[in-house]
Design a protein around this ligand. Structure first.
Ligand code: SF4
Ligand code: SF4
Length: 395
């Protein structure tokens, strides 16, 4: 039997991560009863709230359940104590992210707006320096590379050569995969520890790997929630397709997508799709968070706003840059190119591995871990309790 230490600071910790209503819960279980996703061995949110109240931080770390919640709000709107169980699950996810993250940055970013804004600003200045410093060093790109021809017509081949930007994209993508991958492996290790003596053959680990792709691409379990599920799922799905499209255009198809001059290429059509979905859906989400009418939008952590505002500004600066390039306006194009990267790169480096974006990885991984656990339990013979064995012998 595993023993767990009680962590008396856990309640205050969760309050700092946004879960300030923990003390109101009197453990009636209504939230678990109404949650459309709470089934079988993966019951929540009451169990998770109980761990929080008792201070079982290690049990929390071993639980994939917080990631199975899609924050539909059904439990919060029916809680007799207004304990906001949906928000407590959200705060628990932030806390979990801070514990999966080995660098400690997530924790600082979630708990300090100064850290979040400071790091974003610092990254933005680094990006700006990439377009200023090469000129001082005599390298052939950046502001110093703008000669008479590049001042008369758009010449991105001089200002930001595709091969250099493309190498930067791949470096950035590799860094993000590495940071997210390490945290995902740590999450798997924590949850595996919670499976205790359960034997999980390699074939089960490998055989269920497809769950990550299925849930990552579709988030299909969300459709089992009760509150306006289809609309919200569809908007989220469109948003994800929008930024995946942009990511593919920039990381994989940049040689076609980034045009050197003021010409049009058909890859821009995919860019329009990404821009329209991102601008439209982030605007709707910001309006929802300002109006606070729906349960889903009643509480907003600074990380929620950062996610929306940076995404919106990235898409806006991207489409303005595109328009100025098509109009063959060199200086506005160059300035917006740098501004676009000063928003997009810090957003990717700070928010993807350390902020709200990482739910895109942790949620499907949690579904995978639950599937693995269930498959392993189904294989393992259920031990006959000692009392029943004794009766059998007596008979
Ligand atoms: S959060 Fe609300 S509904 Fe859930 S157990 Fe506590 S009091 Fe009951
Ligand atoms: S917010 Fe929705 S999915 Fe999350 S625990 Fe509550 S009822 Fe379940």
């Amino acid at each position: 039997m595993q023993h767990y230490r009680v962590d008396p600071t856990l309640g205050n910790e969760i309050a700092a991560f946004g879960g300030q209503t923990l003390g109101r819960c009197f453990s009636c279980g209504n939230c678990t009863a109404v949650c459309g996703l709470s089934k079988g061995d993966t019951v929540f949110p009451r169990k998770i709230i109980r761990y929080l109240q008792v201070g079982l931080s290690d049990r929390l770390l071993e639980s994939p359940e917080p990631w199975l919640c899609y924050y539909c709000g059904t439990c919060s709107s029916t809680c007799p104590r207004n304990a906001e169980p949906g928000e407590l699950m959200m705060a628990t996810r932030r806390w979990l992210v801070s514990r999966y993250d080995w660098t400690g940055l997530s924790r600082r970013l979630y708990l300090s707006e100064a850290w979040e804004l400071g790091l974003l600003a610092m990254m933005a200045l680094v990006v700006l320096a990439l377009f200023v410093v090469p000129g001082w060093l005599g390298l052939p790109f950046g502001f110093k590379a703008i000669d008479a021809s590049a001042a008369a017509h758009v010449r991105l081949d001089l200002f930001a050569p595709t091969r250099i930007v493309h190498s930067g994209d791949w470096t950035l993508a590799g860094l993000l995969v590495l940071l997210l991958g390490i945290n995902a492996v740590r999450m798997v290790a924590f949850v595996r520890k919670g499976m205790g003596q359960l034997k999980v053959p390699l074939s089960v680990w490998a055989g269920k790997a497809y769950e990550i792709a299925v849930h990552g691409a579709t988030q299909k379990r969300w459709l089992q929630c009760d509150n306006d599920t289809l609309v919200r799922w569809l908007l989220h799905f469109l948003l994800v397709t929008g930024y995946v499209t942009m990511l593919l255009l920039v990381v994989v198809f940049l040689p076609w997508f980034q045009r050197e001059h003021a010409d049009f290429h058909f890859t821009a059509i995919f860019g329009y799709y990404g821009t329209v979905t991102i601008l439209g859906i982030t605007l709707l989400a910001m309006r929802g968070r300002l109006r606070k009418r729906e349960q889903y939008y009643r509480f907003s952590h600074v990380s929620d706003w950062m996610f929306l505002v940076l995404l919106f500004l990235t898409a806006l600066s991207g489409i303005l840059l595109h328009i100025f390039r098509l109009l063959d306006m060199p200086w506005p194009t160059y300035v917006l190119y740098v501004a676009h990267l000063m928003i997009a790169v810090p957003m990717l480096i700070v928010e993807v591995p350390f902020g709200k974006w990482n739910h895109l990885v942790f949620r499907p991984v949690a579904q995978y871990l639950v599937a693995v656990r269930e498959a392993a339990q189904a294989r393992q013979p259920v031990p006959v309790p000692a009392t029943r064995r004794a009766h059998a012998v007596a008979r």
